[in-house]
Design a protein around this ligand. Structure first.
Ligand code: NFS
Length: 628
């Protein structure tokens, strides 16, 4: 068995892997060791889109064989890739749609437990879509905004609403290539149709629709999720938060919320503050109730409200091994089925809450936006009862790192510009004068196929050392927070230029923007940099790059591809589902850039990854004539 220290760079998780093995409990790290990936599938050289197959091609001699229908390696890989994009885009857009439905029913008065918290944001989003705001009530603006944003999903022809935010040069390229997204439902449906046996059998044409589908995620579903959540729950601004398993408290009722839609978590905040429930916890012998987050809704709540965060994707089973989790409630996405078995071993209720995501062996308590407290109060009651009946010895790792989280693109604008000159001018100026070499987005998951957090930490340290400002989201943001790099003091890891900017402004060298749907904040920030002037007229001109060094999900593929289609060089680690030296490989890694978009990159080594990103940033600086 692998040494826990080789499984993860996170000391708490390593401690829990050791304990789990002692307790005879199997975690994803051990299952990964036990289950080697299928080498044909890993190269995407296998097609199971019909029942004449599955057909397996030879990655070492990719053009020697074709599938029973005659599909070539390029068609097969493009179809597999496109379906991953479609699935990832579906996840984000369905999440966005749930937020939009919630917004609709708040606006029309059918839902009373939530309200519009951020009227300023409502106005600014409405204005960005040319909705009249002057002298109008929030109610009227919201009604129009709902109608406008519904088109993100249902429109069958024309351009999606948020396409209005795309820089001119980028949009011209999309129009020329015919990849401006229409409506997310249409794009995802067409993607699934075109990848059916016997439909689209040209890898270039399949990729074209994959571009459009991915863009319907980044500039559609994900952006709707972020903007509506900000309007309903507040736009994040910097807040100091503790991250890692040490946020659990032995003498308190510990409740973990793990998932992606913030409404469950927002209502949990209300439930745990209920005097009756707090009293019930005290009557059970606890000091109180301790609510903490994991994964993406945890990242959102950490950013918006400073709620402590217990860890990222690879730690969700491990944290149950502490014996201190009195309930874990989950909603959608990135929730391992393995949690059910681990939860059972420690007598922890695992509660599913979303109609779209049940787990065999978990208790299901449906969350209903119209009566949210029914579900969340019951979760608290279950947790209190488990606290009272704790039977397992408790072992809580001590690690907690405190740092600053909650940077929205609005706040970045304010922070760098101050109230008098709010805007991206100072950022662009610092890029042009070379203090900041460029900007990198480091995002995505952790993956038990690689040492947890390690690549994130090495990559980010190398980037900031070279004066690259790093924007973070999702599980990457948590990895970096656990490593202590989210505090202003971490500026000493930065190169002299970036350090100077950080010290002047009092900010850390990395800025955490929230969950994975909040990658849309990076797109908006990139558009603002273009609009500010001096750095070209499209996102592809900017000295920026993206990376997901430890990704594992189809959502990450969709995110990577919408960054590429938006003009960003994006490098993934761990593995890439492709056979090198094929036409499809050449298209993703070179051809898209020749079309005026971004391009894909791949490297397992985080330092090499950083070098590739910095080389790209330097190339863009040179093209802009700012490489002094
Ligand atoms: Ni993103 Fe969030 Fe984490 Fe990966 Fe999963 S939680 S949406 S997919 S694992 S970063």
């Amino acid at each position: 068995m692998m040494d826990p220290k080789d499984c993860t760079a996170c000391d708490s998780t390593a401690q829990m892997i050791t304990k789990a093995r002692k307790d005879g409990v199997v975690l994803a790290f051990d299952r990964a060791e036990d289950m080697k990936p299928c080498p044909i599938g890993a190269d995407s050289a296998c097609c199971k889109n019909c029942f004449m197959g599955p057909c397996r091609l030879n990655a070492r001699d990719p053009y020697k064989k074709v599938g029973v229908c005659g599909a070539t390696i390029d068609t097969i890989m493009a179809r597999n890739f496109a379906r991953a994009v479609a699935s990832g885009a579906a996840a984000h857009t369905d999440h966005g749609m749930a937020m939009l439905e919630l917004f609709r029913d708040v606006v029309n008065g059918k839902i009373l437990d939530y309200e519009i918290k951020d009227s300023f944001k409502l106005h600014s989003v409405a204005k960005s879509l040319d909705i009249e705001t002057e002298g109008r009530s929030d109610q009227d603006i919201s009604t129009d905004l709902y109608k406008e944003l519904e088109r993100t999903y249902t429109q069958v022809d024309g351009e999606m609403p948020f396409v209005k935010r795309v820089p001119k040069g980028t949009l011209e390229t999309w129009r020329k290539l015919g990849i401006v997204p229409r409506g997310a439902m249409r794009e995802i449906m067409e993607m699934m149709h075109r990848t059916h046996i016997g439909v689209d059998q040209h890898y270039e044409n399949i990729t074209k629709q994959a571009n459009r589908t991915a863009l319907s995620d980044g500039w559609g579903g994900s952006m709707v999720a972020t903007e509506i959540s900000d309007i309903l729950f507040g736009t994040p601004s910097p807040v100091e938060v503790g991250v890692n398993m040490g946020v659990l408290k032995e003498k308190m009722v510990n409740i973990i919320i793990h998932g992606h839609e913030p409404n469950l978590f927002e209502s949990m905040v209300v439930s745990v503050a209920s005097p009756t429930l707090v009293q019930a916890a005290k009557d059970a012998g606890a000091d109180g109730i301790n609510l903490v987050g994991m994964c993406c809704s945890g990242a959102e709540m950490m950013s918006r409200h400073g709620i402590p965060h217990a860890g990222n994707f690879s730690s969700t089973e491990a944290i149950l091994v502490t014996g201190a989790v009195d309930t874990m409630a989950v909603d959608i996405q990135c929730i391992k089925q393995g949690l059910a078995e681990v939860a059972k071993c420690y007598n922890t209720p695992l509660i599913t809450t979303n109609t779209r995501a049940h787990i065999e062996g978990a208790v299901h308590i449906e969350f209903n936006d119209h009566l949210p407290m029914e579900c969340t109060d019951e979760i608290v009651i279950k947790a209190i009862s488990r606290f009272k009946n704790r039977v397992h010895p408790i072992e809580i790792p001590k690690e907690v790192k405190t740092g600053i989280q909650g940077f929205s693109h609005e706040y970045v604008q304010y922070m760098l510009g101050g109230t008098f000159r709010g805007g991206y001018a100072p950022l662009n100026e610092n890029i042009i004068n070379g203090r900041i070499r460029g900007v990198a987005g480091v995002v995505g998951c952790t993956n038990p196929r690689t040492k947890q957090d390690d690549s994130h930490i090495q990559l980010v340290k190398e980037l900031i050392k070279n004066d690259v400002l790093v924007l973070l989201t999702g599980c990457a943001q948590i990895a970096i927070a656990k490593a202590g790099l989210a505090s202003p003091e971490a500026a000493h890891y930065a190169g002299p230029g970036l350090r100077e900017v950080c010290e002047t402004v009092g900010m850390p060298p990395v800025l955490g923007l929230g969950s994975c749907v909040d990658n849309s904040r990076i797109l908006i920030a990139a558009s603002a940099m273009v609009a500010q002037g001096g750095l070209g007229d499209s996102i592809a001109d900017l000295p920026v790059a993206g990376a997901a060094p430890e990704y594992m999900s189809e959502k990450a593929i969709s995110i990577g591809h919408y960054f590429v289609a938006s003009g960003v060089y994006t490098v993934f680690g761990v593995t890439f589902p492709i056979v090198e030296n094929t036409k499809f490989h050449n298209l993703l890694f070179n051809g898209l850039e020749e079309q005026g978009l971004g391009k894909w990159g791949f490297d397992k080594d985080p330092i090499e990854m950083a070098r590739k990103m910095i080389a790209h940033i330097d190339k863009k600086r040179k093209e802009l004539g700012i490489d002094q």
